[in-house]
Design a protein around this ligand. Structure first.
Ligand code: OOG
Ligand code: NI
Length: 458
């Protein structure tokens, strides 16, 4: 079959992201309420801030904003992780980054599956934060063996999904009909199950070890546990949430509010307990929650080091895990420490703290070929022939992710694992290496420079 008959992986991802969002909205009505609030806030922010609207038009982010979201799942075995990697590859999603959550007392390590090229991200920026449970961290050998057996028994992919993954790998793609069927089949892996695979007592034992372990081991599949829309002003949405019957966590994760947002700010709300049936009794389980995020500019290694340093200093000064009772002090400490981080795109660029994208302006295009046209990037920028826009951060933050996990699991879930990064073990399970996100940002930035120079200086 000619490859033109195949649907592009980007389109499959776009269709899957929409199908997932529809499924989740049906299952978790609060997600629908949150999406409406975010859309309302975004349009208000865009009309009040023409500069931001111009920036998002130039980078074309404005076109992807409404469909922008990420989700998260937690897997139980290496085999599940390796297969999900193949499933996501059908949709053009690759594992980017490695996150060790053990320092925060969460016995998982994680990656984010997402598109890696700016053109693909533009079609659909859908991402899935994907964690693998680390059973080796369960101290009780009997419970560990029980968890292993329960996980070995389950099959989280439908036979149809497995067949279409293999077909896509073999043929190099899927036609329209197969792509639609793939989306339907793949969605089943992420669906909520009202029945657990264990008894109430077994659930309790798993949960006593760690609530997250029960969430993974006691069910037939890795239900999507949240879907997160992107807002242009997270403080406004956070403030408006209670009015919509949604109670957010006390502290927004990530950097403090700034004129020029950096990286990622996130806040979540805890989902209600949901009724489920154990094999021998009725009960309830709480796993699904809601989250919103605001994305800012991606930082270079130098910028990221400064971010980590200031975040750690503020947290050290707080001397405790941020919570409801110390939230105001935490916000003040963060604002105070982050004064050391320039809040200005030009300064961030001059100091090599962030990544940017470069665009030829109308003025530059008009001046093309003129004898006095500037010949270097710096001169083109100075003359207004090239505009500079922040390159949006597409990834996650381990400290923030830990805060999101904790708020959802409840403070009682805090355990004390030693920091225990093991990227090699994770990649062994995954069946491939994870991609370094910093390299991706560097490549996107360089492509935009090359494109500008090619357009303006030919
Ligand atoms: C994932 C939590 C991390 C984020 O946005 O940082 C996350 C989970 O609870 O499974 O989604
Ligand atoms: Ni999230």
């Amino acid at each position: 079959m000619p490859s033109a008959a195949y649907v592009s992986p980007d389109e499959i991802r776009k269709g899957f992201s929409k199908a997932m969002s529809d499924m989740y909205r049906d299952e978790v009505p609060l997600y629908g309420a949150l999406m409406a609030l975010v859309a309302e806030t975004n349009s208000r922010v865009l009309s009040a801030d023409p500069g931001l609207a111009r920036q998002l038009r130039r980078t074309a982010e404005i076109e992807r904003l409404d469909m922008e979201r990420h989700g998260a799942i937690r897997l139980g075995t290496a085999e599940e992780l390796a297969t999900i990697s193949r499933l996501f590859a059908v949709m053009g999603m690759q594992p980017v980054g490695y996150y060790d959550l053990t320092p925060a007392g969460v016995p998982v390590h994680s990656t984010a599956f997402r598109a890696v090229h700016e053109h693909s991200l533009q079609v659909s920026p859908f991402r899935v934060f994907t964690s693998l449970l680390r059973l080796e961290l369960i101290e009780n050998p009997e419970l560990r063996a029980f968890a292993e057996q329960a996980l070995a028994k389950r099959a989280i992919f439908t036979p149809g999904a497995l067949a279409l993954i293999a077909q896509s790998e073999r043929d190099g793609g899927l036609n329209a009909q197969d792509a639609d069927e793939f989306i339907r089949q793949a969605l089943e892996t992420f669906r909520w199950h009202h029945t657990a695979t264990v008894t109430a007592a077994q659930y309790q034992q798993l949960s006593d070890q760690h609530r997250l372990i029960a969430d993974v081991v006691a069910f037939k599949g890795p239900h999507i546990n949240h879907l997160t829309p992107r807002t242009l002003d997270i403080d406004q949405v956070q403030a408006a949430m209670p009015g919509k019957g949604i109670t957010p966590k006390a502290v927004i994760e990530g950097p403090p509010r700034r004129r020029c947002p950096i990286l990622l700010r996130q806040t979540s709300f805890k989902a209600l307990d949901e009724a489920i049936a154990f094999t021998d009794a009725q009960g309830s389980h709480s796993a699904r929650f809601g989250e919103i995020e605001q994305r800012g500019v991606a930082l270079t290694p130098k910028g990221r080091a400064l971010y980590d340093q200031l975040l750690n200093a503020a947290r050290d000064a707080l001397g405790a895990f941020p919570n409801e009772s110390n939230a105001a002090r935490y916000v003040a400490l963060m604002e105070q420490h982050f004064q050391a981080f320039p809040d200005d795109h030009a300064q961030m660029r001059e100091q090599g703290l962030a990544y940017f994208r470069y665009f030829a302006t109308e003025q530059g295009l008009t001046a093309r070929g003129h004898a006095d046209q500037p010949q270097t990037l710096a001169a083109l920028i100075a003359a207004g022939h090239v505009a500079v826009e922040p390159l949006v951060y597409e990834d996650f933050l381990p400290v923030s992710a830990a805060g999101i996990f904790q708020s959802n699991l409840g403070d009682a879930a805090q355990s004390h694992y030693a920091a225990n990064a093991n990227q090699a073990q994770f990649e062994q399970a995954l069946g491939r290496q994870t991609i370094d996100e910093l390299q991706l940002y560097g490549e996107t930035q360089q492509r935009s420079i090359d494109e500008c120079l090619k357009t303006l200086l030919k």
